[in-house]
Design a protein around this ligand. Structure first.
Ligand SMILES: [Mg+2]
Length: 217
């Protein structure tokens, strides 16, 4: 690499990618219902944190090949999150992972969910077990990912992107606003880009990741 390349600052505009499950679509309560966890009387939501470890895999198995992802309820905050992204970036994109062992079906169902639930529609829909591939643009400009999973956010930031940890049933949209402020400070060179130490709870291994060769694309 020549010196002028090292000195070159990325010039492009970042793209924003929104995750689906846990961010726009209420995956958690439907997952808990499948596992037989009774819904809370007040909220009407079943709590995925109550799923016994041995019931996780059978519940995930029941999602494969079905319209589970198409039927997920939309979080009440989803429209405001989309609106926020459009206000800042002019448009938004979706980056979501397929269920392990269910790539083509997950992609079809998630695409149908997006068509039915989101307005305006995203510019791009990416369904991939390897989100890190989209973390930056060819000129090095970092892209921004709003996601609820620590492993995904860590991979994204280690691949040169900027992550925003947000889980719709636990965080308010002020969390996203703070993340965007951090992102723009990094992009303007006012803050160092050091990958965050992001924690999230383990709720079973269901989402296909880079280690799942069967789903690799
Ligand atoms: Mg998610």
């Amino acid at each position: 690499m020549r010196l002028y390349e090292l000195e070159q600052k990325p010039q492009g505009r970042p793209e924003i990618f929104l995750d689906m499950d846990g961010v726009l679509a209420d995956f958690f309560s439907e997952y808990a219902k499948l596992a037989g966890v009774p819904a809370d009387v007040r909220s009407g939501r079943a709590d995925y944190r109550s799923i016994p470890a041995e019931l996780r895999e059978p519940a995930i198995d029941q999602m494969r090949g079905t319209d589970f992802f198409y039927r997920l309820p939309k979080f009440a905050s989803a429209d405001r999150l989309v609106k926020m992204a459009v206000q800042v970036f002019g448009h938004y994109n979706i980056c979501s992972s397929p269920l392990r062992g269910d790539h083509a079906n997950s992609e079809a169902m998630k695409t149908a969910w997006i068509q039915e639930n989101l307005d305006p529609q995203p510019k791009r829909i990416i369904i991939t077990p390897r989100k890190g591939k989209y973390a930056k643009q060819p000129d090095g400009t970092p892209n921004i990912l709003v996601d609820d999973r620590n492993t995904v956010l860590t991979e994204w930031e280690q691949s040169g992107g900027i992550g925003i940890k947000y889980q719709a049933d636990e965080n308010g949209l002020d969390t996203v606003a703070r993340g965007l402020r951090r992102a723009f400070e990094i992009l303007k060179g006012r803050r160092e880009h050091t990958p965050q130490n992001i924690q999230s709870k383990d709720y079973g291994k269901m989402i296909a990741g880079p280690q799942d060769n069967k789903d690799a694309s």
